[in-house]
Design a binder for this molecule. Structure first.
Ligand SMILES: [Zn+2]
Ligand SMILES: [Zn+2]
Length: 206
């Protein structure tokens, strides 16, 4: 099994970077809870390369999720009504398994994400440090523009595409291309809620 990733290069120098580390699971330990860190790719001015940076979230993201849940609940109520209006019992059954299960899963996923965001909000409220590079902990970074190509492996679009970001201090253009790495089993990494790694590895009780 392999996981897709993006490779970053520069048109003017031999810079080489990857978003592979983005796939590593990282958790904040907040009292008794483990809260999944959200991360994205940024340009770290201290590391002078593309790195994984912490991603906070904004209120719009929360609102979007709340609206998504509301819409799915309305559709769920409609589906239940439509299903009961069907004349054949098997049509009702089929309807229920297909659409209703799908909507219920959608609601459950969105509710879980919302719960995680609320927990993150509680952590970030207590936090002094801003979002930082997870390699050097510098807050001196800027987000990299989203890539116009997907990280999914797709050989016909494997040629480098300009990212729309200039290599700072070099002037070349950062390009991005698909890549495939063999399966790597990342060990989870644990952080305190200021986003600094915890030295002692945490073993979860089973
Ligand atoms: Zn360069
Ligand atoms: Zn850095």
């Amino acid at each position: 099994m392999s996981i897709p990733s993006l490779t970053y290069r520069c048109t003017a120098c031999d810079l080489l970077g990857s978003d592979l580390a983005l796939h590593r699971p990282r958790f904040y330990l907040h009292f008794e809870s483990e809260v999944l860190m959200r991360a994205t790719m940024g340009w770290c001015y201290t590391c002078a390369k593309p790195t994984v940076v912490e991603r906070f979230f904004d209120v719009f993201e929360v609102r979007e999720l709340q609206e998504k849940i509301l819409r799915a609940r309305t559709r769920l109520a409609d589906e239940a009504l439509n299903a009961s209006a069907k004349s054949n019992w098997w049509q009702r059954e089929q309807r229920a398994t297909d659409a209703i299960t799908l909507l219920e899963t959608e609601i459950e996923n969105a509710t879980n994400t919302l719960r995680r965001l609320r927990h993150l909000a509680a952590i970030f409220n207590e936090r002094i440090a801003g979002p930082h590079c997870i390699e050097c902990f510098s807050e001196d970074w800027t987000p990299l523009p989203p890539s116009s190509i997907d990280a999914e492996y797709c050989p016909e679009s494997a040629s480098p595409v300009k990212l729309g970001f200039q290599h700072p201090g070099c002037g070349g253009e950062i390009t991005v291309e698909n890549d495939v790495r063999f399966f790597m089993k990342w060990k989870p990494q644990y952080f305190d809620f200021e986003g600094f790694p915890l030295n002692t590895p945490v073993t979860k009780e089973q």
